[in-house]
Design a protein around this ligand. Structure first.
Ligand code: TMP
Length: 205
């Protein structure tokens, strides 16, 4: 790929998988190679998204699983239309912390919402726009829960069984979309995990 073409890369995994650290390392690595990088996140990468993030992660009280799902999807639609697409079109590399696969893993495998319906809703929310590449940071669920620590948000507080289902969901997604989704073994040191990321990125660029 020449330096001028934009890319949309997403980072996925259960809470505590270490993806945010890896996004920052990749940003630095690619900026040193003179690529223009935008880092962003879901939920919360747009103006409306910031408000939705607050509700999604910190609302105190019952949230209907379907209401939860639609808020993630609304965040995504706004994010695609105001942040992601236009930056890729300006030939930037957009590194996005969570995207479509999080909804399949969390609301589908985690909460038990219908996966085919989620696929359709994701398609509507994104207008069919897809990541060029997705990393799934796979880590043993007990280790991930320890990394999260004691101060937990609404989703992080769901416990080990919920997070085991999410991990399983991601592994199944990776099997289903092997060209787009690359699984990174994250039961390792930050440097060892980043070596795996770098190898894949170097091949693509
Ligand atoms: P994070 O930014 O700390 O990863 O927090 C986002 C939380 O929201 C995380 O627990 C995963 C969850 N989530 C979903 O349940 N569905 C989604 O579609 C997305 C994007 C995130």
């Amino acid at each position: 790929m020449d330096n001028k073409k934009g890319l949309f890369i997403t980072f996925e995994g259960a809470d505590g998988c270490g993806k945010t650290t890896q996004i920052n390392l990749l940003k630095e690595y690619l900026e040193n190679k003179n690529y223009e990088i935008i880092t962003t996140l879901e939920p919360g990468g747009s103006d409306i998204g910031k408000k939705l993030r607050q509700i999604l992660l910190h609302h105190d009280g019952f949230v209907s699983p379907r209401a939860e799902m639609f808020m993630y999807l609304a965040d995504r639609a706004q994010h695609i239309d105001t942040v992601i697409k236009n930056n890729v079109e300006k030939n930037k590399i957009v590194l996005c912390d969570r995207h479509i696969d999080s909804t399949v893993a969390y609301q589908g495998y985690g909460r038990g919402e219908d996966i085919e319906q989620i696929n359709l809703l994701n398609e509507i929310a994104t207008g069919g726009y897809k990541p060029d590449l997705t990393f799934v940071f796979d880590v043993d669920s007990e280790i991930a829960q320890k990394r999260v620590g004691n101060v937990k948000d609404r989703l992080e507080s769901e416990g080990l069984e919920f997070h085991r289902k999410i991990r399983q969901g991601y592994l199944e997604l990776a099997k289903k979309y092997p060209n787009r989704i690359k699984v990174i073994n994250s039961n390792k040191t930050i440097e060892e995990v980043f070596e795996q990321v770098k190898k894949i990125i170097d091949e693509i660029l």
